[in-house]
Design a protein. Structure first.
Length: 103
């Protein structure tokens, strides 16, 4: 039986697609621990992780999603977050090449 590792598959896909940076969103553990970001960074992919207050907000959303709750505000939050900081939006520069949602 083949064994597949999500991090390896993700890393290989990002390399094949020539993705230079990703925004990593997920559980607080995923965003704070190096098990996902480390291998991507080692492969030369810039991994952008939200700041501490945003990680808390994302964790609260993720916890509610895990309980089966879904609100349009969750989608809107992710859309806004993917566009980066207000300063980057003013300059018209994208936040990252791609966004990853990991739970």
């Amino acid at each position: 039986m083949p064994f597949f590792h999500a991090v390896t598959l993700t890393r290989d896909h990002l390399i094949r697609e020539a993705v230079g940076s990703v925004l990593l969103l997920g559980t607080k553990f995923t965003m704070e621990d190096d098990f996902f970001a480390g291998p991507l960074a080692a492969a030369g992919i810039r991994v952008i992780v939200p700041d501490a207050s945003e990680r808390e907000e994302i964790q609260a959303i993720q916890s509610r999603l895990a309980r089966g709750e879904m609100e349009e505000s969750f989608r809107e939050y992710v859309k806004r977050r993917s566009k980066g900081t207000p300063d980057r939006r003013r300059r018209g520069t994208p936040f990252s090449d791609n966004m990853m949602l990991v739970c």
